[in-house]
Design a protein around this ligand. Sequence first.
Ligand code: AMP
Length: 203
Amino acid sequence: MTSENEQKFGPALLILGAPGAGKGTQAKRIAEALNIPAISTGAIFRQNMEDRTELGIKAKEYIDQGEFVPDSVTNPMVKARLSAPDTQAGFLLDGYPRTLDQAYYLREALAESGRELNVVLEVVVDFDEVLQRLLKRAEIEGRSDDTEPVIRHRLEVYHAQTEPMVTYYADRDKLIEVDGKGSVEEVWARIEDVLVENGLIEK
Ligand code: AMP
């Protein structure tokens, strides 16, 4: 069964990292290199907020506080996105799952079509560095959830809710840590090596 599925679906990847670890930028590069869609729940929410859809209005009250959007909204949204035909080529998730419950939901949702995550990358950066990066980004982009108290809260939420999930993937031998220090190019070079080592791209 596994070989059949491998033929049918491309690689399923997840990129993890604290807010400000630079995972969004790297996610785009990975998706481009593998020719698969990058699926960012944060980006989907922001687009919906901009378009003032019902989903966007619901999500905004949580996002602006640095809180997670409830699973009852987030999970079905991701499931619907993963059922789109472009995910046959594979996909890269960015920003989902963020909790153990979401990780279990994702495992079930993928299993329904005989899929599973193949590789989980964690971009590791220390607290002070991501705090500084986010404060700088706040000045440049002016995102509504990029004020200092909300940034601090998002980082705390990451440690409390997402780190236990990182352990879950580590226990299942899926986790690959990548040092997130340094420039975009330096981090990308490390990620590229990991993709080559795992047979996902050729150098
Ligand atoms: P991000 O761009 O990934 O930092 O996401 C921005 C915000 O969107 C987060 O602070 C959450 O409020 C919300 N969000 C994104 N992904 C999720 C998720 N998997 N579960 C719940 N809320 C999420």
